[in-house]
Design a protein around this ligand. Sequence first.
Ligand code: AHR
Length: 315
Amino acid sequence: ALAVGMFLAAPALAKDKIVVGFSQIGAESAWRVANTESITSEAAKRPNIELKFSDAQQKQENQIKAIRNFIAQGVDVIAFSPVVETGWTPVLKEAKRAGIPVILSDRAVDTEDDTLWVTFMGSDFVEEGRRSAKWLAENYDRLKNADKSSDVINVVELQGTVGSAPAIDRKTGFEEVMKNYPQFKVIKSQSGDFTRSKGKEVMEAFLKAEGAKIDVLYAHNDDMAIGAIQAIEEFGLKPGKDIIIVSIDAVRGAFEAMIEGKLNCTVECSPLLGPQLFDAVEDLMAGKTLPKRIVTNEGVFPQEVAAKELPNRKY
Ligand code: AHR
């Protein structure tokens, strides 16, 4: 009887499911891998959710295609993490015309019409840039044993993906605070596309051009910092000592690098958005109004706390 009951219950349950189409950017960083894991594992925990997951391999055109597919399939909700900020208006209008609500996860879009999406959940990237700069301004002297009031401090910056919200905002936030500390000069700034390999490659070019003149590396994510650490070591300098390094995300690899003394600080950007995302989906389908902006709570982890914090890290 139990088997028959289960069998009969299945189609009804399937019909009641909320179908969510999620378009992910790709797997460019440890952060992104953890974000995908958070979303897929949370969906699997919820019997009322059916997730259609699509990986865009870093390409906006693939994300647009995936969103159009979701519209054609008539999903209940579309969620996505936009690789870049611009170029979304036409496809978002198509979703709106089809009556499918859109949730922005992790990254924002730049559209004039904010009725094209229901809510944006994720970090405050500008604040992450500010936190990186504040930490640097407050700790540089102690770490380099230098007087920042008389020295010029040469900073190189590894930016994230060109045109992406975190690259634009982390640069803005960092510059906003650094304006108050004119001794810090950004002498090189280039995209490392949020990947380890590109971070290493661009840092090699920075070192070739500027060599031991570089005092600080500000990397828009930990993966690029980890790639750059390798480049610095191969160049014969000591990362974390000769070059002070601050980056963003707080992935496990960053804590390991801090424990080895090779990275000085990581500013948290949490990828664990799955529970929040599906809570929002369920609320939306229950007719509740969502706040337009849901900001993730995050901290700052300097090298001194790395060993104590590593066992608590979930990504
Ligand atoms: O959008 C969040 C950023 O994207 C993370 O900082 C980075 O690691 C990822 O690729």
